[in-house]
Design a protein around this ligand. Sequence first.
Ligand SMILES: Nc1ncnc2c1ncn2[C@@H]1O[C@H](COP(=O)(O)OP(=O)(O)O)[C@@H](O)[C@H]1O
Ligand SMILES: [Mg+2]
Length: 267
Amino acid sequence: MKSRLLSQAVLNFTLRPQVDRAEIPLHGVILLVGSPGTGKTSLARGLATRASDVLKGLGNFLYLEVEPHTLTSAALGKSQKAISELLGNTISEFASTRPVVVLLDEVETLASDRSKMSLEANPIDVHRATDAVLAQLDQLAIKHTNLLFIATSNFPEAIDSAFLSRADLIMTIELPGPEACRKILISSLEALGRSFPAVKQVSSDPIFEEAARLCRGLDGRRIRKIIPTACTFSKQTALDPNRLTAKDILLAVQHVQEEMTARGKKK
Ligand SMILES: Nc1ncnc2c1ncn2[C@@H]1O[C@H](COP(=O)(O)OP(=O)(O)O)[C@@H](O)[C@H]1O
Ligand SMILES: [Mg+2]
């Protein structure tokens, strides 16, 4: 998956300057969708770094992050202006001088699905903001072939279909599989072990493996919280995390899973 993403990012810079847009319409947009905590933002950041490493020959890449909600929370009537200003002026100026990768995190706030909004319930400003984004993306795609947007979304169903159709690649990021769950736990343990060395032994306990298996169905962010949670079952361990045991970790996973089940039932 990572290699496919990287290839798409690289292709953006090798292909777009060379081919006719009318025949091969690439917009320079990659969209990562998936549940919260599945690693989309981290992946997008990593992708920007890896792509600029692979494409060193193109010169120094500029990496920008846009938090769309800071634009759309602007006072009524201002969103459209803020977006036009950012995409049409700021980003366009940067992209005239060097290759640029822009992260549009949680893009659903910026390119909201107009078909799902009623004009009464949603300020017309949001409609205009979405229109402005689409128009600017088209302009940027024509003007700058050395520009790549990596967009992420927790709610792809809330994104306007016209934005979706502009994405050159839409990739769904799934919950971590069994091996990934284990790796995330190990990586958190290692991080704790750098300050509390006794913790490192915990991963060789068979109970640790049981805990890792039980992480199934949890997202990466939840799993990263397991180890700190496991340190809270006794005051002594909270005072000295060197005391952490595999059993504490198992208990922490069980608690999280139980809580998830209880919440699922409530729904
Ligand atoms: N598959 C994964 N492998 C390793 N870490 C992950 C994974 N998924 C999520 N994480 C971790 O969870 C945290 C939240 O990830 P983030 O990229 O913010 O998720 P998202 O943007 O999808 O909500 C980060 O600390 C990230 O390292
Ligand atoms: Mg995110």
